[in-house]
Design a protein around this ligand. Structure first.
Ligand SMILES: Nc1ncnc2c1ncn2[C@@H]1O[C@H](COP(=O)(O)OP(=O)(O)O)[C@@H](O)[C@H]1O
Ligand SMILES: Nc1nc2c(ncn2[C@H]2C[C@H](O)[C@@H](COP(=O)(O)O)O2)c(=O)[nH]1
Length: 209
């Protein structure tokens, strides 16, 4: 590939759309380092899916602080080395919080979020992956994490439309929107190469490799 590659790429989108798959495959193909969210460490997540009202605040605070910590470490690494690819934008924390917290919890949460968000590195380009609800539900089922199997489709649909609305008004970085319904990045090498080329075109001015 001859075009100039972005140095820091973030892949975002709703649960099950294929973020981690794309990030892992890009990392293999371009020898990139990854910044992958560590949701397994969140001790509240399984309970959250059982009783959202009771466990939402702990769940969101845990995600917020652990992502902040991870971003802090990432910012201290050498950004001029390998390409970096991440499966989340920091604002993901706030999107979920707006969906799951009540007004009192959200106003307390925001006091912390507004302090932390200023310190987070900005990507060269964001890839927003999309898919219809039935495709997301199918992929979540196929992935087979036990605590996600009874996820309320209405919750996933609210999250999906929140991401769509958010990216409609997003101007912080160049943005590439990709409908993944009929593209399987886990198998299709050419689709992955095309994705990187489109990302590179979206993010002019980043240094070459
Ligand atoms: N484009 C795709 N087409 C078909 N299946 C996919 C696609 N992307 C991911 N998958 C599968 O869907 C499931 C969810 O993918 P994953 O990358 O874990 O999503 P996310 O990180 O967005 O939650 C996995 O089982 C994965 O193998
Ligand atoms: N309530 C929240 N749940 C979150 C958040 N970030 C991730 N998650 C959940 C959703 C999935 O069950 C799992 C992994 O997320 P993927 O999008 O990578 O599938 O963790 C959050 O901030 N709040």
């Amino acid at each position: 590939m001859s075009s100039v590659l972005p140095r820091y790429i973030v892949v975002e989108g709703p649960i099950g759309v294929g973020k981690t798959t794309v990030v892992t495959r890009l990392a293999e193909q371009y020898k990139a380092r990854t910044v992958l969210e560590i949701f397994e460490e969140n001790p509240f997540l399984a309970n959250f899916y059982q009783d959202q009202e009771r466990y939402a605040f702990q769940t969101e605070m845990f995600f917020l602080l652990s992502r902040y910590r991870q971003q802090e470490d990432f910012a201290q690494e050498d950004l001029f080395g390998r390409i970096a690819v991440s499966d989340y934008l920091f604002v993901k924390c706030r999107l979920f919080a707006s969906l799951t917290l009540n007004d009192h919890e959200l106003s307390l949460y925001d006091r912390m979020y507004n302090i932390l968000t200023t310190q987070v590195p900005k990507p060269d380009v964001v890839i927003h992956l999309t898919a219809p609800l039935d495709v997301l539900l199918g992929r979540i089922k196929q992935r087979g994490r036990s605590y996600e199997q009874n996820m309320d489709p209405a919750y996933l649909e609210r999250l999906r439309s929140l991401y769509n609305q958010f990216f409609q008004h997003y101007e912080d970085t160049p943005l590439l929107e990709v409908d993944t319904t009929d593209i399987d990045f886990s198998r299709d090498d050419q689709a992955l190469t095309n994705l990187m080329e489109m990302a590179a075109k979206c993010a002019p001015g980043t240094s070459g490799q």
